[in-house]
Design a protein around this ligand. Structure first.
Ligand SMILES: Nc1nc(=O)c2c([nH]1)NC[C@@H]1CN(c3ccc(C(=O)N[C@@H](CCC(=O)O)C(=O)O)cc3)CN21
Ligand SMILES: CC(C)C(=O)C(=O)O
Ligand SMILES: [Mg+2]
Length: 272
């Protein structure tokens, strides 16, 4: 008996640029492990980000700064084993690319070689120009990330909206154009005014993926645990919650506890 096999056409950096040209919006979500990545990929999400937000969501740290390159590679290789269709992008963690371009390239190569990921993401513009160049020269696709860049949280002290002033807005636009010129295949814009994000998206030919950047960009990204309502304390205005999984999972687990205590579980069919 033959089982109908689902046909997958893999998402590539080229197909994302084509999607922008055709006006088709790009969907992107995070994943940090095999089981979640399988669900996300099977639901036809175009891009899966192995975000350094794993530092918060998986490890319980307050910021993204503590997560290590080895830990990112562990998450990324778990995700890669589940994915058949999506493009998998991995955040290079804090401290693994800022020192110098050679360190940046070494880190990017380790991610590609040891996890099997398809691309890397780095935070910043002008400041990391030489590192981005190096990584691109090795044939590794790079996604940029501007606006609210969580790896530099201590420079700002808060997670407030970025680039509200004209000077900052101009620098962000210049950085976006620079990243495009260097050869990045896409850029994430985080928590900036919608009007500015739209202007950036219209000024460059590579896709702009927003998080808290309004509806005038080429795609959207969220942390999957936020949209499923697994995280509870994270409540920025840009988040749309589709479920309250924290509550639903809690209810299921409570029922299990009750069944064990009452000796209802396991029953005669659930034993050997
Ligand atoms: N669960 C989770 N989701 C994320 O989107 C995420 C992480 N973790 N960790 C890494 C970064 C940090 N990001 C953040 C963090 C805070 C806000 C934010 O808007 N925080 C406050 C407002 C703070 C302020 O205005 O001073 C909020 O409204 O919740 C946005 C993005 C996005 N990333
Ligand atoms: C929020 C997205 C863009 C990110 O960088 C992450 O999840 O680490
Ligand atoms: Mg990140």
């Amino acid at each position: 008996m033959s089982v109908a096999k689902k046909e997958y056409k893999r998402v590539t950096v080229k197909s994302l640029i084509e999607m922008k040209r055709n006006g088709e919006r790009i969907s992107m979500l995070t994943s940090y492990d095999f089981s979640m990545a399988k669900i996300v990929d099977d639901a036809n999400v175009d891009v899966i980000l192995v975000g350094d937000s794993a530092s918060n969501v998986m490890a319980g740290h307050e910021t993204t700064l503590p997560i290590t390159l080895d830990q990112m590679i562990y998450h990324a290789s778990s995700v890669i084993r589940a994915v058949k269709r999506a493009l998998v992008v991995v955040d290079i963690p804090f401290g693994s690319y800022q020192s110098d371009p050679k360190e940046a390239l070494r880190s990017a190569i380790r991610i590609m070689k040891e996890s099997g990921a398809h691309a890397v993401k780095v935070e910043g513009g002008m400041e990391i120009k030489e590192s981005v160049k190096r990584i691109l020269n090795a044939g590794i696709p790079v996604m940029g990330h501007l606006g609210l860049t969580p790896q530099s949280i201590y420079k700002f002290g808060t997670y407030t909206v970025r680039a509200k002033e004209e000077e900052e807005a101009q620098k962000l636009l210049d950085d976006a154009k620079l990243l495009e010129k260097l050869g990045c295949f896409a850029i994430v814009l985080e928590k900036i005014p919608a009007e500015l994000a739209k202007k950036v998206a219209e000024s460059i030919h590579i896709p702009v993926i927003g998080i808290g950047a309004g509806n005038g960009v080429d795609g959207q990204v969220l942390v999957v645990h936020d949209l499923l309502g697994i995280t509870q304390e994270f409540n920025p205005r840009f988040l749309r919650r589709y479920m309250n999984l924290y509550e639903e999972m809690g209810n299921a687990i409570s029922r299990y506890v009750v069944d064990v205590k009452s000796r209802d579980f396991p029953n005669e069919d659930e034993q050997y």
